[in-house]
Write a protein that binds this ligand. Structure first.
Ligand SMILES: NC(=O)c1ccc[n+]([C@@H]2O[C@H](COP(=O)([O-])OP(=O)(O)OC[C@H]3O[C@@H](n4cnc5c(N)ncnc54)[C@H](OP(=O)(O)O)[C@@H]3O)[C@@H](O)[C@H]2O)c1
Length: 286
């Protein structure tokens, strides 16, 4: 599903990345729907953006946000809200928006973070933010929707001439500081929005960093060499297999089952196989 103009819902639209995603979407000719928690914050957005008031932790507020959209960009963040925030916003927010879509097919761009598969570092031990963001990635993969998952490096730690995009896979940079990679916020927005209409970005998960040099003009050529995630895998290609499905909380396995069920009629027999296998097959869906 690649169309030139879409109504794009931005979830996290008032955040440091979301604001730039709103601007970039408008620049690329899309109609933008911005999910905003409070009317006050909507004032900082461009007047072209359609504002919908809602909270991702309250599913009842999301129907208007998803009405008529063809794409969603998730840039949610619950920084400072600890484990509960990570579960309810970074993970639960993605689940609730995907659920609100019902059986409709829309293109997804999800932002998580470089190092998201690092479970043992101090940051994840304290916040569980990596684990919940990774589970949000898994929901997106289980949904069967066309997606791109972007794991940016450290925001705006790049030097003035570090704009050449480098996409990595396997999430092997896990120092937990800017030595893992740096990237300008504006380029994160460009990659998220650019992925929405690129067939070369489909079913791909990658870390996004920049090195010395000019930004590439053609994002398709940057996405094209990447490997797609294996069909029916819960994890990104070459990710560490350190989150076995059998050890996951029951509520998380239930959510994965529900994600698969939502689009069963469209996805036919393979989805049925997936559903029946969830809960007992390691990190594979089928
Ligand atoms: N800093 C880095 O170098 C770095 C690198 C990689 C990844 N990351 C990840 O990027 C994320 C931060 O991105 P950012 O700087 O754009 O975050 P941010 O500025 O804190 O924005 C977070 C967005 O999420 C929205 N939000 C939070 N709870 C919500 C809810 N219940 N319902 C609806 N919207 C809600 C916020 O809305 P309000 O405006 O109403 O609060 C805001 O729009 C973090 O999670 C971090 O892990 C950061």
């Amino acid at each position: 599903m690649t169309v030139p103009h879409m109504t794009v819902l931005v979830v996290g639209a008032t955040g440091s990345i979301g604001r730039l995603v709103v601007e970039e979407s408008i620049r690329q000719g899309h109609t933008v729907r911005a999910l905003v928690r409070t009317p006050d914050k909507a004032r900082q957005l461009p007047s072209e953006a359609q504002v919908v008031i809602g909270d991702v932790t309250n599913p009842g507020t999301l129907a208007g946000a998803v009405d008529g959209i063809l794409a969603v960009v998730f840039t949610l963040g619950s920084d400072g809200a600890g484990k509960v925030g990570a579960e309810n916003v970074d993970y639960g927010g993605v689940r609730n928006v995907l659920s609100a879509l019902g059986s409709r097919t829309v293109r997804i761009a999800l932002m998580t973070a470089i190092g998201v598969t690092n479970r043992t570092g101090k940051y994840n031990q304290t916040t569980e933010a990596h684990d919940w963001k990774r589970r949000s990635e898994r929901l997106v993969r289980a949904s069967g929707l066309p997606y791109t998952i972007v794991r940016p490096g450290w925001f705006d730690y790049n030097g003035p001439n570090e704009h050449r995009i480098v996409l990595l896979q396997g999430d092997s940079r896990q120092a937990g500081d800017s030595s893992d990679g740096v990237i300008a916020r504006r380029q994160i927005a460009e990659v998220l929005v650019g992925s929405l209409r690129s067939d070369h970005a489909l079913r791909k998960t990658f870390e996004l960093v920049a090195t010395t040099g000019e930004a590439q003009k053609d994002l398709d050529a940057v996405f094209a060499p990447l490997d797609a995630d294996p069909q029916d895998s819960l994890d990104g290609v070459r990710d560490m297999a350190n989150m076995p499905l059998n050890d996951e909380p029951k509520r998380v396995r239930d959510d994965l089952n529900e994600m698969t069920r939502l689009r069963l009629p469209e996805r036919g027999a393979r989805a049925t196989t997936r559903r029946s296998n969830l809960g007992g097959q390691g990190d594979k869906l089928a």
